[in-house]
Write a protein that binds this ligand. Structure first.
Ligand SMILES: Cc1ncc(C[n+]2csc(CCOP(=O)(O)OP(=O)(O)O)c2C)c(N)n1
Ligand SMILES: O=C1C[C@@H](O)[C@H](O)[C@@H](O)C1=O
Ligand SMILES: [Mg+2]
Length: 636
């Protein structure tokens, strides 16, 4: 056996350089680079190994572990899970900061390699700096908190453990059915320890992303279900996008007259202008999609997890008559809602199904066209809303009085409604730009109103809906698509929570554009709170003496070295967007919008935990409404 003497960390970096992926006849390196924040736990191990020989790996210095990990997640999501970044952190707080991002990767099924440093394997200097001391076990470290949010988790306390650990991690990350975060915690002393590694371990390894084919039984069952249905709909989920099933979806939809409805993750698999695409379904869906869903007698779920937002908390369908046909690479997902399971790749399955459905045609007839037309008229209305100082009725009704709305208009010096601003952006930026969002009221507005015409240009993290993903993720998208303009659409709350990687984007010349919607508050939560009978309680950003907070975000961005703008009219917004496009450096547009001017629900319902007992009649009424809705909801 030929061996090579390396430290654990040097072996790790050499191995990462040799991982390739093979997809649809193309082969390329799987690991693009490494995000780093060095501390004493990783600088002398992984830091030394990277300095000595990083190979083809790009190195990006992050500013916040959560932020850089979000960037890595977004990179992988944008590259349709075919390429990853690794993320190395120091021990203790550095690794703890990964937990939120790992949850984000896990909920969205995104592969990413986390490499948090761990405490000393030898335990000789225990307790070391940043080591928690757990009374019931010396074996527990901060990194155990990453176990529930990792699809694969391991601790390496001896150099030779690295080999089996890495092989397992890459098997998990390159399997579409299991894809998610892999976490390998390397003890800080072990990282620098040398070992005679078998040279074969470092040979080029190709991971095949073969499309799993459906069985004859599955195909026969699926085609029978479709041919026996009268009003089927196709629910396009994230799995359809990762499988790049857009063309076959359109062909089937057109030929058999089956409407398409989309989840957040599925949007931009098929262009919005496609005649049978009725847009988003569920809580943040369009009226068109929600009406079609209610009428459907067969839901063909393609790569969907059927989350509460997609199913309106299991009330979106007529469960008395609707059946489910679930096409998914994951058995876990395919089993949902008692569906007929086809555990296979989306594109391969749909292509195999096509000849079996023959000349089937749904009963939807002209209805698809009419539903779409009706929705486009509603979108047009939302595009041209004008605020008035008297008798203004915002989309979110009966929550803020005219007086309070005027107070916001004065404090933020704006009369701009959010829907008007959003559609103006959609009309202005190039259609091949990539937009990203994650939390707050914007995801709902985007799913309903954003028209996407180019595949994979709509990047919504709505599995975890993690505030702080937007700006960080924009950096990851830019790393994935250097030639495209990237726009992070972010609320003021989310921006304040985390935007550290904005600086990273400027520092390394990866231009991103931040479109900050400032309504001075946690707007969507204020809506939720008041809709369910509470008062306005700590969701607005008000000072101790009840003044509305007005932050100059443009100035903050300028401080980082970005080009920034202020916009409170459509004209200012469009001018800023045009100028921002010409810039080489990252930009931020501070868009002041009025609260309560985002879109409302369209025939949807969200099951949230309303108080059963309260001192307010309005809350008791909300509780009663919930009980009534639960009677309609399917239980599992
Ligand atoms: C990390 C994290 N913390 C808390 C939440 C809960 N949450 C969801 S939206 C929201 C407020 C968002 O405010 P903002 O970004 O200003 O958006 P707006 O609703 O005002 O448009 C909060 C606190 C979350 N999604 N993520
Ligand atoms: O609680 C929430 C409410 C949603 O409207 C929002 O988009 C999401 O970020 C969230 O966490
Ligand atoms: Mg806000």
């Amino acid at each position: 056996m030929k061996t090579v003497r390396l430290t654990t960390a040097q072996a790790l970096i050499r191995f990462l350089n040799q991982q390739y992926i093979h997809v649809d006849g193309h082969e390329f390196p799987f690991v693009e680079g490494v995000f780093t924040i060095f501390g004493h736990g990783n600088v002398l191990g992984i830091g030394q190994a990277l300095e000595q020989d990083a190979g083809h790996l790009k190195i990006i210095q992050g500013k916040n572990e959560q932020g850089m990990a979000h960037a890595a997640v977004a990179f992988s999501k944008q590259r349709l899970r075919q390429k990853i970044y690794a993320v190395t952190t120091s021990v203790g707080p550095g690794s703890a900061n990964l937990v939120t991002a790992a949850g984000t990767a896990m909920a969205n099924n995104i592969p990413v390699l986390f490499l948090p440093a761990d405490t000393f394997a030898t335990r000789q200097p225990d307790p070391v700096l940043q080591q928690i001391e757990q009374e019931y076990s010396a074996a527990v470290t901060t990194n155990d908190s990453l176990k529930p949010v990792s699809r694969y988790w391991d601790r390496v306390t001896r150099p030779e453990q690295l080999m089996s650990s890495l092989i397992r991690a890459f098997e998990v990350m390159t399997d579409p059915a299991k894809a998610g975060p892999a976490t390998i915690c390397i003890a800080q002393d072990t990282a620098g320890e040398a070992f005679d590694f078998d040279e074969r371990f470092f040979a080029k390894r190709v991971h095949y992303l073969d499309r799993k084919l459906p069985t004859d039984r599955e195909l026969h069952g699926a085609s029978e279900l479709i041919r026996c249905s009268r009003k089927p709909i196709i629910l396009v989920g994230g799995g359809a996008k990762y499988s790049q099933a857009g063309d076959i979806l359109k062909r089937l939809s057109e030929k058999h007259h089956i409407p398409l409805v989309e989840t957040q993750a599925g949007k931009s698999t098929v262009e919005s202008s496609f005649s049978n695409n009725l847009g988003g379904i569920g809580i943040t869906g369009t009226l068109a999609a929600n009406k079609a869903a209610r009428e459907a007698d067969l839901i063909i779920g393609v790569g969907t997890r059927y989350t509460d937002f997609a199913t309106s908390s299991k009330t979106a369908f007529n469960f008395d008559k609707a059946r489910f046909l679930n096409i998914n690479v994951s058995r876990l997902q395919a089993y949902k809602l008692d569906g007929f399971q086809v555990v296979a790749d989306a594109k391969a399955t749909l292509e195999a199904l096509a000849p079996l459905i023959k000349d089937y045609r749904s009963d939807f007839g002209e209805e698809i066209r009419e539903l779409k037309k009706e929705w486009l008229a509603e979108r047009n209305r939302l595009k041209s809303i004008q605020f008035t100082r008297k008798d203004f009725v915002p989309e979110i009704k009966e929550q803020f009085s005219q007086e309070v709305l005027n107070e916001y208009a004065d404090a933020l010096r704006t009369e701009l409604p959010q829907t008007t601003a959003l559609i103006a952006i959609n009309d202005t930026i190039a259609s091949d730009s990539v937009v990203i969002s994650a939390a707050g009221s914007l995801p709902g507005d985007l799913q309903r109103l954003w028209h996407t015409e180019v595949p994979n240009t709509y990047h919504l993290e709505y599995g975890y809906s993690c505030m702080g993903y937007e700006v960080s993720g924009a950096l990851g998208i830019k790393l994935a698509n250097r030639d495209k303009e990237v726009y992070a659409l972010v609320g003021d709350g989310s921006f304040l929570l985390l935007h550290s990687e904005f600086l990273t984007s400027i520092q390394f010349g990866y231009k991103i554009n931040v479109l900050l919607f400032d309504n001075s508050g946690f707007g969507c939560i204020s809506n939720l709170q008041m809709e369910n009978g509470s008062g306005s309680f700590y969701c607005e950003f008000r000072t101790f003496d009840n003044q509305i907070v007005n932050v100059d975000y443009a100035k903050i961005a300028e401080g980082y070295g970005a080009k920034s703008y202020r916009a409170s009219t459509v004209e200012e917004l469009k001018a800023a967007l045009d100028d921002a496009k010409q810039q080489e450096v990252s930009t931020l547009i501070d868009i002041k919008v009025l609260p309560k001017t985002m879109t409302d629900g369209y025939d949807s319902w969200w099951n949230v935990g309303v108080a059963e007992i309260s001192n307010k009649e309005s809350i008791q009424q909300a509780f009663e409404r919930r009980i009534q809705m639960l009677r309609r909801a399917r239980q599992y």
